[in-house]
Write a protein that binds this ligand. Structure first.
Ligand code: ARG
Length: 462
């Protein structure tokens, strides 16, 4: 008999089934959390008089020894161990003999795996939060340098109105701020202890759930033992929040790809963040944003996998839950890597080309709204002003000229309200400067928001 479970079994597992059943190949990632959770559990058993203080100390020493063994590459569980929980317990029994067999008193792998998984995810959420902040900082630093750089603003990917480039980049900082809020909200529901729910019903062993919860830094405990071992909502919520982060990164990536094209030519990618083609020597490819855009699909897929995995499950633990880990692990991995890559891209991979940007905003009709607004200020109803300018644009397109090419006389022929100051209104800088409504792109408004973000992003110590 090599299995950890009871003597009820007489035969060993079919090796193919054993491999199919095992999660050790991926849940080895939970080793540190499994050790932390087991140490807290042992201390609690001693505190409640279930084992002696001396026994708890020995168990803790054994568990810490496994941590050291792992650090020096000496802890290598295999498929026979089935999962990280059995692997640790088995090693502990080898190290401590019969005492090791006391550790599992008053707990089940069902509450244990829930505990380990939550502890792990909580730590990852904190790392992701600082990765998100890093990206915000990278965007912020670019913004600071580009308050007065203009960029065409688009709707329907058609030139709409010019913007301060900083305003454009700040939009992403706001977007990422929501991502951070969402993750912190998910964290509240990750940070609940299922320990002590045991298999599903609680236990007759006199345990102290609050004690383990506070030792492990959980904010509170599940109030219902069945719910405690059945709940994977936190995993779904986490992957959903990550899916939205990836969607945001993918939108940013798409813009970077467009901007780097010869058609836009708003940015140049530095050699450190772009790749070459194996065949076409002139090419410089935006592989980083393309990969981010591409990897987004994995996280969306993980969300679908998790939702589908839980949808038909009766209470309480079902082995289907073992499938939660790879979806979450891959989500964490993909999201973290994508965030870091995008941060590096904005830190050192993108050079904005102000010359190209300013000639872009100077060679279109994106000041048309301002001409209509000019007439509105002179008392003409907006819809009428809008029609006048519409006809004017049509004429200009036919004559292949821009609004700024019209003479004062021509303006006066269009409408008697036009005078010399219309030329000022047409200037893209002026167009941007005039958008002073709250949240608008006017330079002064952008400066205000930069000030706010400077405080947010640079107040805390690194
Ligand atoms: N490897 C399992 C998982 O990841 C651990 C819990 C197994 N519990 C059980 N009763 N089979 O979900």
């Amino acid at each position: 008999m090599t299995e950890v479970w009871s003597d009820r079994f007489e035969e060993g597992l079919n090796p193919v089934i054993e491999a199919f059943n095992a999660s050790i190949g991926f849940d080895i990632l939970l080793l540190q959390e499994d050790l932390d959770g087991s140490i807290a559990h042992a201390q609690m058993l001693a505190k409640c008089g279930v084992i002696t203080t001396n026994e708890a100390i020995k168990l803790q020493e054994g568990l810490e020894k496994i941590r050291l063994e792992a650090a020096s590459g000496l802890f290598n569980p295999d498929q026979k161990d089935e999962d990280i929980h059995f692997a640790v317990e088995r090693r502990l029994i080898t190290l401590l003999g019969p005492l090791g067999k006391k550790l599992h008193t008053g707990r089940s792998r069902n509450d244990q795996v829930g505990c380990d998984f939550r502890l792990w995810l909580r730590r990852q959420i904190d790392i992701l939060d600082s990765d998100l902040e890093r990206l915000q900082k990278a965007l912020f630093n670019q913004s600071e340098n580009h308050v007065r750089t203009l960029i065409p603003g688009y709707t329907h990917l058609q030139r709409a109105q010019p913007l301060s480039l900083a305003h454009h980049l700040l939009a992403y900082i706001e977007m990422i701020a929501r991502d951070r809020e969402r993750l912190l909200d998910v964290r509240k529901r990750v940070n609940i202890s299922p320990l002590g729910a045991a298999a599903l019903a609680g236990t007759s062993v006199p345990i102290d759930r609050q004690y383990t919860a506070s030792k492990l830094g959980f904010e509170r405990i599940y109030s219902n033992s069945l719910d405690a071992v059945s709940d994977r909502d936190f995993a779904v919520e986490f992957v959903a929040a990550s899916a939205l982060i990836m969607a945001h990164l993918s939108r940013m990536a798409e813009e970077v790809i467009l901007w780097a094209s010869e058609e836009f030519a708003f940015i140049r990618l530095t050699d450190r963040c772009a790749t070459g083609s194996s065949l076409m020597p002139q090419k410089k490819n935006p592989d980083v944003p393309e990969l981010v855009r591409g990897k987004t699909g994995r996280v969306f897929g993980n969300l679908q996998a998790l939702l589908t995995m839980i949808k038909g499950l009766p209470l309480a633990y079902n082995k289907d839950f073992q499938e939660d880990k790879e979806s979450v692990f891959d989500t964490v991995n993909t999201t973290k890597n994508s965030l870091v890559a995008m941060s590096i891209l904005f830190e050192e991979g993108i050079i904005f080309l102000p010359q190209n940007l300013s000639s872009a905003v100077d060679s279109d009709y994106s000041n048309a709204t301002d001409v209509a607004d000019y007439l509105v200020k002179k008392g003409i109803p907006f819809r009428e002003a809008y029609q006048i300018v519409g006809r004017l644009i049509k004429d200009c397109i036919a004559k292949k000229i821009l609004l700024k090419d019209l003479s004062l006389n021509e303006w006066k022929e269009i409408h008697s309200s036009f005078s010399e100051d219309i030329f000022l209104k047409l200037d893209p800088e002026q167009v941007v400067a005039s958008r002073t409504s709250e949240g608008g792109t006017a330079f002064e408004k952008v400066e205000d928001r930069l000030k706010y973000w400077r405080g947010q992003l640079h107040s805390r110590k690194e």
